[in-house]
Design a protein around this ligand. Structure first.
Ligand code: OFO
Length: 184
């Protein structure tokens, strides 16, 4: 029709609508993780827990990378990744311990969601996605371990006296310990 504009091209793809929908739901969940960590980091920083805040800022970035990993995968597979919109974040906490209990619960729910995704990819015989998701299976095991360790620190040290000061310091060293670094 004399229109020089390039027409849209719809490429055929093996990614099913069901799988795309499930991956987009996971994109939303990873974005929620990132913003939950960010909100918690801000609360910690405001309350003077600087090491915990640093730990949480680092994890906010990691979660964003998880989101982007899936985001790019969906588009590279010929699908349409949906940029998530996050509402209903928790901005205030009663205590430092509550921050890390909340994170542990959240990480456990992410592990369940990843397991469901893996299950769906297998049932749909989408083995490319199944293989792609293996990285997340391993990552969640680590994240859950780290979050559990953070909560345990409260029980081991105790929150009385200088306890909270020490707990904050220990939480700041968690990533280092998780990656095999020695104590300072
Ligand atoms: Fe994305 O790994 Fe935690 O939530």
């Amino acid at each position: 029709m004399g229109d020089s504009k390039k027409s849209n091209v719809t490429l055929k793809r093996s990614l099913t609508d069901a799988m795309q929908e499930a991956l987009n739901a996971q994109i939303l969940m990873e974005a929620r993780s990132s913003y939950s960590y960010l909100a918690a980091a801000s609360w910690c920083e405001k309350e003077g827990y600087e090491h915990s805040a640093q730990y949480l800022y680092t994890h906010a970035n990691e979660e964003r990378e998880h989101m982007l990993k899936i985001f790019r995968y969906v588009n590279e597979a010929g699908g349409h990744a949906i940029a998530p919109s996050i509402t209903n974040l928790k901005y205030k906490y009663d205590s430092l311990r509550q921050v890390f209990e909340h994170i542990l619960e959240h990480e456990i729910s992410v592990t369940h969601a990843i397991n469901e995704l893996v299950d769906s990819s297998f049932s749909l015989k989408d083995f490319a996605t199944f293989q792609f998701l293996q990285w997340f299976v391993t990552e969640q095991r680590e994240e859950e371990k780290l979050s559990r360790r953070a909560v345990e620190i409260f029980d081991i040290i105790g929150e009385k006296g200088q306890g909270l000061w020490l707990i904050d310091k220990e939480i700041g060293r968690l990533d280092q310990l998780a990656h095999g670094g020695g104590a300072k």
